[in-house]
Design a binder for this molecule. Structure first.
Ligand code: PEP
Ligand code: MN
Length: 336
């Protein structure tokens, strides 16, 4: 059950609600986010919801049978939009394109990508500075100095930054230079990181775990929300299977299913999803038609020379065509 409290509720009224919740045998969890104050009450006993609903200070009350509560569409029926500022909005009624290299490599590289994005009216650039790599000897990113450079060049050009955070201790250093924190597949259930990103308040793009179920993804999002941050996007990036003809299996089933289960925006990553650059366009177009709120993909001026994930990275010419065709597909979807 979710109890939405009135704004600025005096302590005595809140205390009274907490006591009543306890009296019916429920455990109340207090949640304070950018948008509101809530009590998430967990319990199984049957009771008349009006006994709580009519208490002074209660703005709204809902039963939510899902294991996750605040991110459930059973509670918040209309889809969430996330405003990144300067006219960049993610979620319902928008189709967001986020593009950039797997890894930030140099000042020149950022300049070239920014130029490419601007020429195509793309407002969000991706790029990792802390890279999770299977081999400890592979390029692991430019770190904080790379992020500062990335931030400066993007912000001069009105482009928002999305970049991966790998551990709690990085958040404080990164927070002023990031518009969206990415949680990678390997950290999708790093609950300490999710708690801390709830407190950090900046928008988060949460990727599905390498072998993660949708329930696990949704519960991971609930960690962020219940720690105070409503600004969450979910990302389908493919799951591991026995098939080895491609890197992962991009699970586009997840798009309509997630959109029915949660009010959060759903973004698709076809680059990691299939792992082969020749098919990124096909899977992106399929993602648009499946109902995705956006696509995040890898592009680089010379994919064959990229420090990481070159095999799944499209060049600028391919990227330009991809952007154009995704927009055409989105226009078609809206007019269906
Ligand atoms: C990435 O976006 O470059 C990345 C490492 O993604 P994932 O966590 O989905 O593997
Ligand atoms: Mn990558």
């Amino acid at each position: 059950m979710i109890i939405q409290l009135q704004q600025g509720l005096p302590d005595n009224l809140k205390e009274n609600i907490l006591q009543q919740v306890k009296a019916i045998g429920y455990k109340a969890n207090e949640v304070k986010t950018q948008e509101g104050d809530y009590l998430v009450a967990i319990g199984k006993k049957d009771f008349d919801i009006r006994t709580i609903g009519q208490l002074p200070g209660v703005a709204d009350i809902h039963r939510v049978s899902d294991e996750y509560k605040l991110i459930s569409r059973k509670w918040r029926v209309s889809p969430t939009q996330i405003d990144l500022g300067d006219g960049v909005v993610v979620g319902e009624g928008q189709f967001s394109i986020m593009a950039g290299p797997c890894s930030i490599e140099s000042e020149r590289q950022i300049e070239l990508v920014v130029e490419h994005l601007k020429a195509n009216d793309v407002r969000m650039m991706r790029g990792g500075v802390f890279k999770p790599r299977s081999s400890p000897y592979a390029f692991r990113g430019m770190g904080l100095e790379g992020l500062k450079m990335f931030h400066q060049l993007c912000h001069q050009n009105g482009i928002k930054i999305i970049t991966e955070v790998m551990q709690v201790s990085q958040i404080a250093d990164m927070v002023d230079f990031v518009d969206v924190f990415q949680v990678g597949a390997r950290n999708s259930q790093n609950f300490n990181l999710l708690d801390a990103l709830g407190e950090a308040q900046k928008p988060v793009l949460l990727k599905r775990g390498i072998s993660g179920t949708l329930e696990e993804l949704l519960q991971a999002a609930e960690y962020i929300f219940s720690n105070g941050n409503e600004k969450i996007m979910l990302c389908e990036r493919g799951i591991r299977s026995y098939e080895n003809a491609y890197r992962n299996v991009l699970d586009l089933n997840a798009v309509p299913v997630l959109k029915a289960k949660t009010h959060l925006p759903v973004i698709v990553d076809p680059s990691h999803g299939i792992g082969l650059r020749d098919y990124v366009e096909d899977m992106s177009l399929a993602a648009v038609m499946a109902g995705a709120d956006g696509v995040i993909y890898e592009t680089h001026q010379k994919p064959e020379e990229a420090f990481s994930d070159g095999q799944q990275t499209v060049n600028f010419q391919e990227s330009e065509r991809l952007i154009r065709r995704m927009r055409q597909a989105y226009a078609l979807r809206q007019n269906f």
